[in-house]
Design a protein around this ligand. Structure first.
Ligand SMILES: *[C@@H]1O[C@H](CO)[C@@H](O)[C@H](O)[C@H]1NC(C)=O
Ligand SMILES: *[C@@H]1O[C@H](CO)[C@@H](O)[C@H](O)[C@H]1NC(C)=O
Length: 135
């Protein structure tokens, strides 16, 4: 029932192996209290198995483990490990996901949201890691 994909070690290896394949984009500017969308596009194809998609959004922290901002796997949002500061404020568009778009909408932007975010997407077609800077 629970393939190797469940294992944190597997996920760590996937992220680690692809750490180098990162594309930097220009910073995204948000207004305090407003909403912002952090972009994350990945390779997809029609009929791709969405159940096998793993999406993780993290926020980097200096000298500490990255915060979990949003996760989605087995076809649904998995927010058990989401950092409290992001509760009820994040959204992935399921229809966009099927088309290779794992962009994250963050509502009610706060000062402490500023920083570097990474999305990691693993699908049948491979792994993508993208970085966004929010200011
Ligand atoms: C998140 O939303 C749920 C359901 O709407 C609510 O019960 C909960 O208090 C909210 N949590 C936060 C931290 O706002
Ligand atoms: C990706 O999805 C986001 C949020 O749903 C949307 O704002 C954005 O325009 C989409 N980007 C592309 C390239 O389709």
């Amino acid at each position: 029932m629970c393939p190797g994909l469940c294992s944190p070690i597997f996920l760590f290896l996937v992220w680690g192996a692809h750490w180098g394949l990162i594309t930097a984009e220009s910073p995204v500017t948000a207004q305090f209290g407003g909403d912002v969308t952090l972009s994350c596009l990945f390779l997809s194809q029609p009929g791709m198995n969405i159940q096998r998609l793993t999406v993780t959004w993290q926020k980097e922290r200096a000298g500490a483990e990255a915060l979990v901002v949003h996760s989605h796997y087995y076809g649904k949002d998995q927010l058990g490990r989401q950092d409290e500061g992001y509760r009820n404020r994040t959204q992935l568009d399921p229809e966009a996901l099927a088309q290779g778009n794992a962009s994250l909408t963050l509502r009610g932007v706060r000062t402490q949201d500023e920083g570097v975010y990474r999305c990691h997407v693993t699908s049948e077609l491979g792994t993508t890691s993208e970085m966004s800077t929010l200011q």
